[in-house]
Ligand binder design. Structure first.
Ligand code: SF4
Ligand code: SF4
Length: 461
């Protein structure tokens, strides 16, 4: 193989020998796979835009309220106390991606990754519309400054800036909800000055990412692409070139590949898939469409480039199942079952009772000892609750709660203080464990424990 052809092993194809980025002029993709991806992208974009506006029982479908440490995911509400359940969900999601990668390569990148969807299906589409196909774009970029160039570049970058601002606002709605965002927008800028600066910075970052940095995120930064080396094996179904059929390549050669290089021209990362699976390949399938078009014109059977495994290319048909994805599937099923179990059996009210820091016990004239407590409750249900706190372990104890009873609105928080009085003779040692019960309509919802401190009783008395 010539030195030039082997350079793909030394560095990403969109980088020159000095390490500077090389601009990729992608040919406008078209074909069946591209249409399928376009439809999938529209559905995902619709989901991204519409989700903050969809309400279920008056609550957003998804809300990631980080300051309140409250996350609503498809109607289920998770508080900071549910971190374990959320971690299980995240773990299941990561395993799901690993399972799909082992089986179908970087299918996530080409079909669902926000970076690809916004770059390929939004920003590049605008660029194609304004500046035309790859030869026209190259000519425009390399040509002298002209009225056409200024107009086209101004229009393109103006639209890029607008889309970036829009993306930032939609993105923010996932975290604060649309009502709060609309209120912030209607307030004077000075009221939310630092928030405005952050929004501006994020918008500029998106603009820079999609106007200039582009596919370099996938080829040089994203760690997921680098994981391919350990996740893929000979049986993984990836976008593959059928070298058995295609070689030797060339217009006069006997192989089916006529070396037209159209598969490289449509590739958003500018790689030559005929060199084998590479970490820059995002599984977009543009090269499959381009090559199928060529095969149709040359009267050869389609699918010289197709979704297949290394074993499939070499030996013919291969199953998508192997011991690795079977094992991952079992672990994923167990994880999902455990997650569902934890979700359905979690308590509806989460209570934390802690002695107020810095305060010691009080000896009272009526022969009791008192401790002061902070109580915090989270209502995870969609109904308002009137609750009652009882001391189960020591019936002779008396609770004096600040305020008038415990009322927690749906999805609300309750924080208060109470004083607990215990007869002195109940405290056999300096520190005892108490059990509290939380009741709703005389029904015990949950129990929780706390410590009580008092004077150490002299047993020889
Ligand atoms: S598009 Fe097909 S025929 Fe053309 S170079 Fe690529 S693999 Fe060969
Ligand atoms: S090699 Fe083919 S599937 Fe991979 S990124 Fe390039 S065009 Fe897409």
């Amino acid at each position: 193989m010539a030195q030039k052809e082997r350079s793909f092993r030394d560095r990403p194809i969109n980088m020159d020998e000095e390490g500077h980025s090389k601009w990729v002029y992608t040919r406008i993709p078209r074909g069946r796979w591209h249409t399928r991806r376009l439809i999938a992208s529209w559905i995902l974009l619709l989901f991204f835009i519409a989700t903050p506006f969809i309400k279920v029982n008056g609550y957003p479908l998804i809300l990631l309220d980080i300051p309140a440490r409250k996350f609503i995911i498809f109607g289920a509400i998770f508080w900071a106390q549910d971190t374990f359940i959320l971690a299980l969900l995240m773990l299941a999601f990561v395993l799901f991606i690993v399972l799909f990668t082992v089986t179908f390569g970087r299918i996530w990148c080409g079909w669902a990754c926000p970076q690809t969807i916004f770059l390929e299906m939004v920003f590049r589409k605008v660029e194609f519309l304004i500046e035309g196909d790859y030869q026209k774009r190259r000519k425009l970029d390399q040509g002298p400054l002209s009225t056409e160039k200024v107009l086209k570049k101004t229009l393109k970058h103006g639209i890029f800036v607008l889309i970036s601002i829009l993306m930032t606002n939609i993105f923010l709605m996932w975290f604060i909800g649309y009502e709060k965002l609309f209120q912030i927008i209607s307030d004077p800028v000075g009221t939310h000055f630092y928030g405005f600066l952050i929004m501006l910075a994020v918008s500029l970052f998106f603009y820079w990412m999609y106007a200039y940095f582009r596919e370099q995120l996938c080829t040089m930064i994203c760690p997921y692409g680098r994981m391919q080396g350990v996740l893929l094996d000979q049986r993984s179904i990836v976008v593959s070139y059928d070298y058995v059929r295609g070689e030797p390549r060339g217009k006069q050669a006997v192989g089916d590949c006529i070396d037209c290089k159209l598969c490289i021209a449509v590739c958003p990362t500018a790689i030559d898939i005929r060199n084998g699976t590479q970490l820059e390949c995002i599984s977009c399938a543009n090269c499959i469409d381009a090559c199928n078009e060529v095969m149709s014109k040359t009267g050869k059977p389609p699918h010289l480039i197709r979704h297949d495994s290394a074993v499939g290319i070499e030996k013919g048909h291969t199953s998508v199942w192997n011991w690795r994805n079977r094992a991952y599937s079992v672990v994923l099923l167990l994880l999902v079952a455990f997650f569902v179990f934890m979700l359905t059996t979690r308590s509806m009210v989460e209570t934390t009772i802690l002695r107020t820091p810095g305060l010691i016990y009080q000896e009272n004239s009526n022969g009791t000892i008192s401790n002061v407590y902070n109580i915090k409750m989270v209502n995870k249900t969609h109904e308002d609750m009137n609750l009652e706190l009882r001391l189960l372990s020591h019936p002779s104890g008396e609770i004096k709660l600040a305020g008038s009873g415990i009322h927690i609105p749906d999805q609300g928080l309750y924080e208060s203080t109470f004083v607990l009085f215990l007869p002195r003779n109940e405290i056999k040692s300096g520190k005892i464990i108490l059990t509290f019960g939380l009741y709703k309509d005389q029904q015990l919802l949950e129990t929780t424990e706390a410590t009580f401190v008092g004077p150490v009783t002299n047993t020889s008395e």
